[in-house]
Design a binder for this molecule. Sequence first.
Ligand code: DX5
Ligand code: ZN
Length: 222
Amino acid sequence: MTNERYPILAPSLLAFDHADLGAAANQVESDGREWLHVDVMDGHFVPNVTFGPQTVADLRSKCDLFLDVHLMVTNPASLVESFAKAGADLISAHVEIGETIGFTLEAIRKLDCQVGIAINPDTPAEEIRPYLGAVDLVLVMTVVPGFGGQAFRDDMVEKINVVHRWRDIGRHDFRVEVDGGVNPDTGQLCQEAGADVFVAGTAYRKLDVNGRAAFARGLRSP
Ligand code: DX5
Ligand code: ZN
């Protein structure tokens, strides 16, 4: 089976001016993008701190983008309701939080949000396999999370392909998202391996309006 999902380029808010997030959302929307990736970091699960539910609520009032909220936090279950009420469309939690992941995914579903499970580069793909029937998206980290601007991990291409094959074998219909060091070249590698959502922070921000359009066009439709 081939990947029949049209590609989505999801700019990452992390790479924009944090004192002017409304302008970031407006630019992403006027570029013609549909998704905005929002990295939430708690200073514990990862050594950085970023956005909270209020950020999502304010973005929600300023744009119609699909808000793709990536929770890099130790206790996401305590926050999912706030993010859902703020207007998140999809919430991803990390499998590395441990045994509460199943409960957390169920909690996101009950809040009428789409459900994502994220996996770090050094965590074996097998750890997410029990949850594949319960999610709308698998987020394969292609850098160790925490900071933008890191180099893409080439060894993640095989992991993307494993998840893609499991999707076909299990007849699941989740999307496969990649996040970290994604640029027009690494994005294409990920697409060939089966990814269909491409988070890009630093690479997207560096491009001018024509370059951003070319980045999106370079991700082939099925
Ligand atoms: C990394 C974040 C990413 C980040 C990607 O911890 O999860 O979403 O914004 O940034 P770039 O594209 O710069 O690697
Ligand atoms: Zn992210």
